[in-house]
Design a binder for this molecule. Structure first.
Ligand code: AMP
Length: 234
């Protein structure tokens, strides 16, 4: 059975980490449109530059571009038994496009897993996040063991203070995702999520395929809840 699962949740709800779990447990790849777009950051062609500018401002990429990039990804060999979609669809037009595209192949969306998280917690999870080269995440508000995280003023105060994180015992500075580093851009993503997602939740709810999971729990507890949902589908 093919498994097309949509993972929904505000920025910071843990979609990335949970998608990785589903990928490893059920053998279907994670397709994150955010990651597909971020992978364009070293390209200099017109499409890539357009996408880079849109992302830097926290806006959404237009539907036609997004749909075309997803169709291209779904056609690849590793996606033939299904995928976990993360960050797509973001609105009803994208959802209808996806349903039509899957129906043409005799497939359908099996479930929409909604990771529910309070928006203030979502802001702090995204804005406070820094990642070391191995992919381990730390957070200014929640997880500082092994790192020193501080606010550093701009020398001329021309820009807001910058969050600087250094691994203890080394002078290596950790990175923030560029789209997490601006409070405005994080807020705009949360706003966009609220505006565009509620209608989408209602839309999928009408089809009876929404499965709600509380994302304000440990990663392991969220994982266990997701496993229960998917095992029931199979
Ligand atoms: P994410 O990592 O999912 O937060 O995505 C980062 C950025 O990529 C978003 O702020 C958008 O600019 C763009 N993006 C990702 N997925 C979509 C989508 N389904 N539709 C439109 N834009 C998207």
């Amino acid at each position: 059975m093919s498994l097309y699962i949509i993972l929904m949740g505000v920025q910071g709800a843990g979609k990335g980490v949970q998608a990785k779990f589903i990928e490893e447990t059920y053998g279907i790849p994670q397709v994150s449109t955010g990651d597909l777009f971020r992978a364009m950051k070293t390209r200099t062609d017109e499409l890539a530059v357009k996408v880079q500018n849109i992302m830097a401002s926290g806006q959404l990429v237009d539907d036609d571009t997004t749909n075309a990039i997803v169709v291209d990804r779904l056609a690849q060999d590793d996606a033939q038994n299904g995928v976990i979609l993360d960050g797509y669809p973001r609105n009803q037009a994208q959802a209808e496009f996806l349903e039509k595209h899957l129906a043409e192949k005799g497939d359908k969306i099996n479930a929409v897993i909604l990771l529910e998280l309070d928006y203030f917690i979502a802001f702090k999870r995204a804005f406070g996040r820094v990642t070391d080269p191995s992919g381990e995440s730390y957070n200014y508000y929640y997880k500082t063991d092994g790192v020193t995280i501080e606010w550093v003023d701009h020398p001329d105060n021309a820009f807001p203070p910058r969050l600087k994180a250094t691994l203890d015992g080394s002078d290596q500075e950790l990175k923030r995702r560029p789209d997490d580093a601006s409070a405005d851009a994080v807020l705009k993503r949360i706003d966009t999520f609220v505006e565009t997602t509620q209608p989408l939740i209602d839309y999928f709810d009408g089809k009876g395929i929404i499965k709600k999971v509380d994302a304000d729990q440990s990663i392991e507890a969220v994982t266990a809840d997701i496993k229960t949902v998917i095992d029931e589908l199979k």
